[in-house]
Design a protein around this ligand. Structure first.
Ligand code: 3MF
Ligand code: MG
Ligand code: MG
Length: 344
């Protein structure tokens, strides 16, 4: 049975539908109400940005932040939910306009460091040991604006500070090649993992692979996952889908390319992803046209498709796959997979 997976998403996945060219089209669902939806939709893990848990945290003292986070922890417990990770939101404050950790301004770098420490405090209060770093503005619009070697040194320093600040946390870097920046310093899984090996405690640094981000980098998400699995570095995933090289679409899992989704599920299932407590995390957005009362279907549908693909992966005749591989008859293998996906 494919029932053993645990699923997670973040509160930002239930959203108002605004985009850079038009206003919001749905009303805001309050955080407490979102929490009530998790279980109904089949989810038990909650992903957080630091300020999803503690809004306006920059106005609070470190002590007050922890107090508020502990209240959220109780709200989670009341709903039978657990926190999966906390990610410092380092891309909205004016001090992160030119990046946080890689900013040219030492005051801004200090802000990023302190904010990351607060995110770690929030994680501890929520009883999760996982910190996700999406390095949103750690890149450039113009190559000459920063020194790319110094930028990597600064990223290592920032991660080292987090690892030293709390010895219990693990850090999952979420690579993305572009958007909001023209070019990010950590665009792929390989970059993220190599960065981890430069830190003071590489055993606590891994990755969060988002399907759409791999596709935007021109890479195959299942191969990216295989790469991280080979190093035992796949701490979490952000499953979704992406229709070519456009803005980061965060479409429902499998909705663009079912075979590509099948291959992600197949590699995760084959190598026991989830058995050490990892969540099947989603990072999906409802399209802007979706009406309010059905604006959570992208979440339940993504989960449904994941579970159906687990069944499909497990029912694939691996003996036949092996013999076609031995014959190197990859055209027949191609047909076998397509027929399998078509239920033939
Ligand atoms: C951006 C993302 C983000 C990160 C999230 C956690 C809104 O493309 O994918 O989702 O996953 O901020 O770090
Ligand atoms: Mg995304
Ligand atoms: Mg993501």
């Amino acid at each position: 049975m494919a029932g053993e997976y645990r699923f997670s998403f973040g509160p930002w996945n239930i959203h108002e539908g605004g985009d850079p060219f038009g206003p919001t089209v749905r009303t805001t669902v309050k955080f407490a109400k979102k929490l009530k939806l998790f279980k109904k939709l089949g989810f038990e893990g909650v992903q957080f940005h630091d300020d999803d848990a503690v809004p306006e945290m920059d106005k609070l003292s470190p002590k007050e932040i922890v107090k508020k986070a502990k209240e959220v922890r109780k709200m989670l417990a009341n709903e039978g939910l657990v926190a999966e990770f906390v990610a410092p939101r380092l891309w909205e404050d004016p001090r992160t306009i030119d990046g946080g950790y890689t900013s040219n301004d030492p005051e801004c770098r200090k802000y990023a460091r302190d904010r990351s420490r607060r995110a770690i405090d929030i994680a501890a209060a929520l009883k999760t040991d996982l910190i996700v770093l999406w390095l949103a503005r750690e890149g450039t619009y113009m190559r000459e604006a920063k020194d790319s070697k110094v930028a990597v040194d600064r990223l290592v320093k920032a991660i080292d500070d987090m690892l030293a600040y709390n010895k219990d946390i693990k850090i999952a870097i979420e690579p993305k090649p572009n958007e909001p920046m023209d070019q990010a310093y950590i665009p792929t899984t390989g970059h993220a993992m190599a960065l981890g090996y430069l830190t003071r405690d590489a055993g606590r640094v891994g990755v969060n692979i988002e399907t759409a981000h791999a596709i935007l980098a021109g890479l195959d998400p299942s191969d990216e996952m295989g790469f991280a699995l080979a190093y035992d570095k796949l701490y979490t995933v952000h499953l979704n889908d992406q229709n070519g090289l456009k803005f980061d679409e965060d479409k429902s899992f499998g909705s663009v390319n079912l075979r590509r989704a099948f291959n992600q599920v197949r590699i995760l299932d084959k190598y026991d992803y989830g058995k050490k407590g990892e969540f099947v995390g989603l990072d999906v957005k409802a399209v802007r046209t979706q009406k309010q009362k059905v604006a959570t279907k992208h979440l339940s549908n993504s989960r449904t498709i994941f579970l159906r693909l687990v069944e499909l992966a497990r029912s694939l005749d691996e003996g036949q796959v092996e013999s076609l591989i031995a014959e190197r008859d990859y055209e027949e293998l191609d047909l076998l997979i397509m027929n399998h996906l078509l239920g033939k």
